[in-house]
Write a protein that binds this ligand. Structure first.
Ligand SMILES: [Zn+2]
Length: 368
């Protein structure tokens, strides 16, 4: 008899999810079988499953669900770093493995990559989803040994289901050189990426964390995390540049982390260029798509940089787990809101309509 499982599937872009009973996946020898305990619901998911972007969706009906955490039911055969019962985060980043970047050991630069349970960055990338067609919104999924990141007991499954967004912020902060002694500013500090970036920056020893956004309640809460180190401003209350310069001895910040999402405006990050220290860097992690009218001379004479940072490495995912385990990274500010599998459409509606900001951690528990 074939064992079955429940999964919330997208049958056509733009339609609500349907909970279907389908065969439970049988892992290939090199893959693990994972029982999913939590899958993150993020604001961007509504846009992705609407199918209105350039992204290449998996074949329909598709089990969506980008960030999942669960328990190993069956480890991969042969040498494996995990055993049955281990708690894991499943890194959804799939790279092609054969392009010049993958061959050079830099899979994050792969142009034909995919995020499982979400989309391919190209048609070739979407083909990678055929090997792993199981997103986090199902009771079980299969995953390669390399994609599993062990989670310590100190990290709940709900917190683990935020690892993708947290990792994106972590990698952006590291690529921008954030650390003890540095001053940073976060454009879009109240969103999912922004709040995670503040929690990480505090853990990384960043001295001053400035930022602006629209949600005043979230701005106030962020400041409360560390009143002497964090300073926030509601976008539009004051011009960005003098506000930052006043707080940085007139020099500006070492790093500007731009969390503006794909549909967001370019104006604030452009304005904030005047608040980046000479020799400093802007790192785009939010996928801002609107063109940016940068002044190249300022970048030349000021020795400034602008770069992008997409996703993160498994090493970074494990480092965050270790930081949480020893208490360096405090994940307690997140407020979990757990929906059963049948409530996935409610979760997507709530995050779209309420816009609760980055402290809210909406997850679906597929086993509920
Ligand atoms: Zn590649």
């Amino acid at each position: 008899m074939v064992e079955t499982m429940r999964a919330a599937r997208l049958h056509a872009a733009g339609e609500p999810f349907r909970v279907d009973v389908i065969p439970r996946p049988e892992p290939r020898p090199q893959d693990a079988l994972i029982a999913v305990k939590a899958c993150g619901i993020i604001p961007n998911m509504n846009t992705i499953v609407g199918g209105k972007l350039w992204h290449h969706l998996p074949k329909m009906p598709a089990i969506i669900g980008l960030d999942a955490a669960g328990v190993v039911v069956k480890p991969p055969e042969g040498r494996a770093a995990v055993k049955a019962g281990d708690r894991v985060y499943i890194n959804p980043f799939l790279s092609c493995g054969i392009c010049i970047h993958c061959r050079a050991g830099r899979p994050l630069y792969c142009a034909d990559a995919a995020l499982r349970g979400y989309f391919g960055f190209s048609p070739k990338g979407a083909a990678l989803l055929d090997d792993y067609p199981y997103g986090g919104l199902g009771e079980y999924l299969t995953a390669s040994a390399q994609s599993l990141v062990k989670l310590p007991e100190e990290v709940t499954f709900e917190q683990g289901a935020r690892w993708g967004y947290l990792g994106t912020s972590f990698s952006g902060l590291r690529r921008g050189g954030a650390g003890a002694g540095s001053w940073i500013a976060i454009n879009g500090i109240t969103g999912t990426l922004g709040v995670g970036a503040v929690m990480l920056a505090l853990a990384m020893g960043v001295t001053r964390i400035l930022g602006w956004g629209r949600n005043r309640a979230v701005l106030a809460r962020l400041k409360q995390l560390s009143p002497k180190r964090v300073d926030t401003m509601a976008l539009g209350d004051q011009p960005i540049v003098p506000w930052v310069l006043e707080r940085t001895e007139g020099a500006g910040v070492d790093l500007l982390l731009d969390c503006t999402g794909r549909g967001g405006p370019a104006a604030p990050v452009l304005e904030a260029q005047g608040a980046v220290k000479r020799g400093g860097m802007t790192v785009n992690i939010g996928a801002l798509a609107e063109p940016l009218a940068l002044n190249p001379t300022q970048f030349m004479t000021g020795g400034k940089q602008y770069r992008g940072s997409n996703w993160f490495s498994n090493e970074e995912a494990a480092l965050m787990a270790e930081m949480a385990r020893v208490g360096a990274l405090d994940l307690s500010p997140w407020e979990p809101r757990v929906y059963p599998l049948a409530g996935v459409n409610d979760a997507l509606r709530d995050i779209r309509e309420e816009r609760p900001g980055g402290f809210a951690n909406l997850v679906v528990a597929p086993d509920k």
